[in-house]
Write a protein that binds this ligand. Structure first.
Ligand code: COA
Length: 385
């Protein structure tokens, strides 16, 4: 018997500081139009010294648990590019901060910006085995490139927590999915590097190749024809990339796709910046919060993670979904960030890579529910604020 599985709740978190890209443009002598129009970015979230993927991921998940409780959650999947340990899953300290029961498996998923989609599919598989299970999927990332690099303006930080259940209130995950994997060196992060290594132009091409190949596989596996897809969310390493993706898909399929169908999806990412695995789900949150009535709408989702794995899948928005949304909360979070100037942003960037051989207490800086308290005996410590 097939089980209806999907997203029952979705909550957003981001870092406590924000840098206006106009300020970065003024600092490095770039025309601000390049960032605002060419990349489609206005701001980026910047983590303080006591923020990371654990604190953001736990903050997003806290909101979900406050509304729905922890009953039936036997799995927590945390997807990230910016892991804080080579061995221990970042979801384990999240599990502790949230006070989840010990009868809950926790594991980390990694594949650049793609892994949250794998986590969502894995969650659906678990629920197909036992429809009473609810799975907590967390996508959390800090996108960090080298200072003064071409990629610098495409940094950011954010998290999305999703409660995946049978009979979801927000959106049902459709069965058909299209996948494409190719070994490409377009973006990666060596174990000894706090910043990603990227061939930006190659990454754009690999992404555009990924969307058409994943689309073809989606169709070959029973996915809906393009004229039965009402809205599209494309992964947004910078929001202009969604426009490029949409045009490439239209050209490939041989139809004229209305670019207005993706506009509203960029609302949060324009202000948060790249949040790697969380980015696609921030696009979904922006669509749900910002569009008019989507009852019954089919949303095409394109997930891309450099390296490279692509997946095209679809969701169907559920009648009455609006009562499950959190648009006002997300707006409040974005508005509450502290603006920083370029000098402070550069200090925070430089201070992010800590040497675990030295114990340290991080200053209390963030106003979120949880903070990274420092390092003791080479282990990262977390606390509630
Ligand atoms: N006003 C408006 N648009 C402007 C402009 C101005 N003053 N100056 C430049 N632009 C446009 C360019 O024409 C270009 O548009 P196009 O992509 O439609 O051709 C866009 O701004 C970007 O300019 P470009 O010179 O290509 O930027 P760049 O080489 O400095 O870097 C990336 C862009 C994306 C390659 C770089 O930010 C990067 O490496 N980011 C990280 C990797 C990434 O995000 N990859 C995405 C796929 S995963």
């Amino acid at each position: 018997m097939s089980v209806t599985v999907g997203i029952h709740d979705l909550a957003v978190a981001t870092a406590g500081h924000t840098l206006a890209l106009d300020a970065l443009a003024a600092y490095n002598g770039t025309d601000p139009g390049k960032y605002r129009v060419g990349l489609g970015q206005d701001q980026m979230s910047v983590p303080g010294p006591d923020e990371d993927i654990v604190t953001m991921g736990a903050a997003a998940a806290r909101a979900v648990l406050d509304r729905h409780g922890a009953d039936g959650i036997r799995t927590l999947l945390l997807a990230t590019e910016s892991g804080v340990d080579q061995s221990k899953a970042a979801g384990v300290p999240v599990h502790a901060l949230l006070g989840l029961p010990s009868t809950c498996r926790v594991v980390e998923f990694k594949q650049a910006c793609y892994s949250a989609t794998a986590a969502l599919q894995a969650a659906a598989g678990l629920i197909a085995r036992d429809r009473s299970e609810r799975v907590l999927v967390i996508a959390a990332d800090v996108a960090r490139y080298e200072l003064d690099s071409a990629a610098e303006a495409t940094q950011g930080a954010g998290a999305v927590a999703m409660l995946v259940t049978a009979d979801p209130a927000i959106a049902v995950l459709e069965h058909a999915t299209g996948i494409h994997t190719a070994d490409v060196d377009d973006f990666w992060r060596p174990n000894d590097s706090p910043t990603a290594v990227v061939d930006g132009k190659l990454s754009v091409e690999a992404y555009l190749d990924g969307i058409v190949r994943a689309w073809d596989d989606y169709r070959a596996h029973g996915g809906s024809p393009i004229d039965q897809i009402d809205r599209f969310c494309h992964h947004q390493p910078f929001t202009r990339m969604a426009v490029k993706a949409h045009r490439r898909l239209a050209e490939h399929v041989g139809v004229a796709l209305d670019e207005g169908l993706i506009d509203v999806t960029t609302g949060y990412n324009r202000r948060i910046g790249n949040s790697y695995t969380a980015s696609l789900y921030l696009a979904l949150a922006a669509l749900l919060d910002g569009a008019d009535d989507l009852d019954g709408a089919r949303v095409g989702m394109f997930s891309y993670g450099s390296g490279a794995v692509s997946e095209f899948f679809s969701l169907v928005v559920q009648p009455g979904y609006r009562s499950a949304l959190r648009g006002a909360e997300t707006e409040a979070l974005l508005a509450a960030r502290t603006p920083v100037d370029v000098a402070r942003y550069r200090e925070l960037h430089a201070g992010a890579a800590l040497d675990s051989r030295f114990d340290v207490d991080t200053p209390v800086d963030s106003r979120g529910p949880f903070r990274f308290a420092g390092i003791r005996g080479r282990a990262r410590r977390y606390a509630a604020n």
